[in-house]
Design a protein around this ligand. Structure first.
Ligand code: FAD
Length: 318
């Protein structure tokens, strides 16, 4: 079932979460271990992230360095299909522009549809670590909106390089896109970022999932700005409980989000990660309670392979 239909059907706030494929060489068991503790909250859908290649450098004879592409977390498509098969829960694979030509994107979408997957989160992806800016693949999509447009065309049965007369089946995906209550880090200002978001919705995105945030005011303000601009699709808040002291620096660094002073002070005072985790759960409960009260259509948790905090928050709020 499509995410948009889950959202339309429900009268209360839904529960969903995101998982990462295991590192290459690890078994799928770790995925089951992330999902099993959360089944009691009846997740409407599970997102599976996509991780593009990184580059490692190996010293070769003669002293030169060989640049080798490595994908550390392959398996997004297989994991989505395995979850549907084992748990009968809808999955949302993340699909990115980076590293894909349009032809490869089309083939990936055809695979997904044949596997019974009818949802996709359309993203641009970040620049590869060794490059300062995002560079699209030759013949690939440059922005998430271009990927949305490609999926919309496929939903109409318009394949690349295929004569309409030879086509008798179209794809049928519900498309979600990313939104940033604290603005995307590359964008000069929130209003410009919102214009790009609106364009993604006008191109065919049916809902938005936000970047994680810790200050609900930013989310509620974002909803207001979206409404003023005529963005009327559901906006699902993304929540990631803090579970270590180090995340006080790493989360703002990687996700470009602020941690409110009161919360940061409490984490700073913790003597251990175990204490920080408890504070993170408390904050998560408070944050989600407010989001539900404020009418959030769904709360989407970023588990990052760790379900315990999410389980305790979900137990308190659902
Ligand atoms: P876009 O919508 O293309 O926006 C990127 C930037 O370009 C923004 O600053 C935007 O304002 C600007 N922009 C957009 N359109 C235009 C235009 N036409 N002209 C000029 N500027 C434009 N990354 C992964 O690699 N794998 C994942 O699985 C993954 N999952 C994510 C899930 C969520 C919910 C979120 C919020 C992010 C996720 N990301 C993931 C990270 C995401 O790929 C990065 O944040 C990336 O830098 C931007 O992706 P986007 O889809 O928002 O891009």
């Amino acid at each position: 079932m499509k995410v948009i239909d889950h959202l339309k059907k429900s009268k209360s706030t839904l529960f969903s979460f995101e998982i990462l494929p295991p590192l290459k060489g690890k078994s799928i068991q770790s995925i089951n271990e992330s999902i099993d503790p959360l089944l009691e909250f009846n997740p409407s859908f599970i997102n599976v992230t996509y991780h593009r290649e990184e580059y490692i450098y190996k010293k070769r004879e003669g002293g030169y360095l060989e640049r080798i592409p490595v994908r550390k977390r392959p398996g997004t498509v297989g994991i989505c299909a395995a979850i549907i098969n084992k748990y009968k829960i809808d999955t949302v694979p993340h699909l990115i522009c980076g590293g894909f030509s349009k032809e490869e994107t089309e083939n990936a979408l055809i695979d997904l549809q044949f596997l019974g997957i009818d949802n996709v989160l359309a993203l641009r992806g970040d620049a590869v670590k060794s490059e300062a800016h995002f560079v699209p693949e030759p013949g690939g999509n440059e922005h998430a909106i271009d990927l949305v447009k490609q999926i919309v065309e496929l939903n109409k049965g318009k394949y690349l390089n295929e004569e309409a007369s030879e086509v008798n089946s179209h794809l049928d995906f519900c498309i979600g896109v990313a939104g940033y209550p604290e603005k995307h880090f590359e964008c000069p200002n929130i209003k410009t970022d919102l214009k790009h978001l609106k364009a993604k919705v006008e191109a065919g995105a049916e809902y938005i999932v936000t970047q994680l945030f810790y200050n609900n005011e930013k989310y509620f303000e974002y909803l207001k700005l979206c409404k003023e601009l005529g963005i009327n699709v559901p906006i699902i808040p993304g929540v990631k409980p803090i579970s270590t002291k180090k995340q006080l620096q790493s989360l703002p660094k990687f996700f470009h989000v602020e941690i409110p002073e009161e919360f940061a002070d409490s984490i700073e005072k913790c003597k251990s990660d175990a204490e920080a985790k408890e504070i993170g759960i408390e904050w998560g409960i408070k944050q989600c309670t407010e989001l539900i009260k404020g009418g959030a259509p769904c709360i989407h948790f970023y588990t990052m392979g760790k379900s315990e905090s999410v389980k305790r928050i979900a137990k308190a709020i659902f």
